[in-house]
Design a protein around this ligand. Sequence first.
Ligand SMILES: [Zn+2]
Length: 430
Amino acid sequence: MPSATLRLFQNGRIASADSKELVAADLLVDGTGTIVAVGTGLTVPVGAEVIDCAGSVLVPGMFDVHVHAREPGQEHKETLATCSAAALRGGVTGVVLMPDTSPPVDTGNLVKSARDLIAELSAIPMLQSGCLTKGREGKEMAGFSGMASRGVPMLTDADRAVPCPDLLRRCMEYARDFDLLVTSHCDTPALTKAGAINEGRVSYRFGLPGIPAISQEIAIDRDIRVAQHTGAKLHLQQISTERGLQSVRCAKEAGTLVTCEVSPHHLVLTEQDIRDYNTHFKFNPPLRPLADVEALVAGFIDGSIEVLACDHAPHTEFEKSSEFGTAPFGAAGLETTVPLMFDRFIRKGVFGWDLLIERYSAAPRRLVGLAPVAIAEGARAEFFVFDPEGETPVTRETMKTKSPVSPFLGETLAGKVRGTALGAAWHPQG
Ligand SMILES: [Zn+2]
């Protein structure tokens, strides 16, 4: 709700990517959305709205590079309005939208149309990515020059790999020439087939077709090799196994321009967590064994994985209520990621706010050429107020997304985003 009010955020503690220490301070945000003063004991200006932040942490707004907003074309799953409301509830102040809308965004004109829709309907900035291949069909290159001239942050076929290595090579050559980032969903369809969960003991026990780890690992190796050959910049989505991560580490040591992301569910859930054929746990890449999860957490902490991205993939409960084998992959993630990271890691001392801010706010912005946001005098207000003593119930009633599909549904996560400041707007969360 934009307004021209002066706001004083009083007695908070400011977190940053650069320091493990939280700095006690008040923040004054003026009617233009600029942080005009930072310091302890600031006097309350006449007419200012005071927001008591005692006990709370002020955190730079998060930025998620892997979001499916479904509009246009699948508004029964999600809309730009509900997606941005979910983001604000989760402390996320910017996202990159995947191009797998209907129609898929594969030309400069469609990028423009998407940007017009975003400007009209979204409460937060959203960058629209473009497809690598026409219609995401993996047959012909999409319109690279038109999309480049519209300033797309990345090109990706969004949850689909480009099956033909020759086509991928040409895509990467053009991407290199246009200085565009190629983002890969690493998957080998010939191995994944109709798989539903990780191939192994759990898939045998469930009697479900498995997705072998090598399906992702071979694709990671292939895409890295093509990036090395072409000199293109490559970002790998949703690393999910230790071997895959090892490939990324080796490529980085060899000087390859490669980055990678992990999803929150791959950091906190294993295949053992799937119970009763609950399709809210159905992801591609699938949930993996504990050893992989531990390796991913270690890689997240040591920086081998530089980006956290939630793969917000809304579906209706009806769609998810079909049998496990046929239900669509994915779940909502924008409003649970920050409380989940706090609940599972930060409050237990596994890592601090500094690391989460680096992986989920600073690094993803740098990935797409944006400057990281800071809570500092003169900066635009872009932060959220987080109460470590609060709670985030994950329920149909509280979720802002149209898709109350989450493996954490029914849980109450520790900590709560009390509200999100974005420019002159303050979005309190009930
Ligand atoms: Zn996705």
